[in-house]
Design a protein. Structure first.
Ligand SMILES: [Zn+2]
Length: 52
């Protein structure tokens, strides 16, 4: 699965790790994230993430 990085703060979304603190279980691919998902660090929305 591809990792994505926030273009605002550089936070990396790793599908293998998910974002358990935000209810995203490990193994959740980027394309399967809820539409309202935003960067846990800076709050940027999905469109501001790019493929790493
Ligand atoms: Zn961010």
């Amino acid at each position: 699965m591809t990792r994505y990085v926030c273009t605002i703060c550089g936070h990396q979304y790793n599908p293998g790790a998910g974002e358990p603190a935000f209810g995203i279980v490990p193994g959740t691919d980027f394309s399967s994230l809820p539409k309202n998902f935003c960067c846990p660090v800076c709050g940027a929305g999905l469109p501001l993430f790019r493929e790493e």
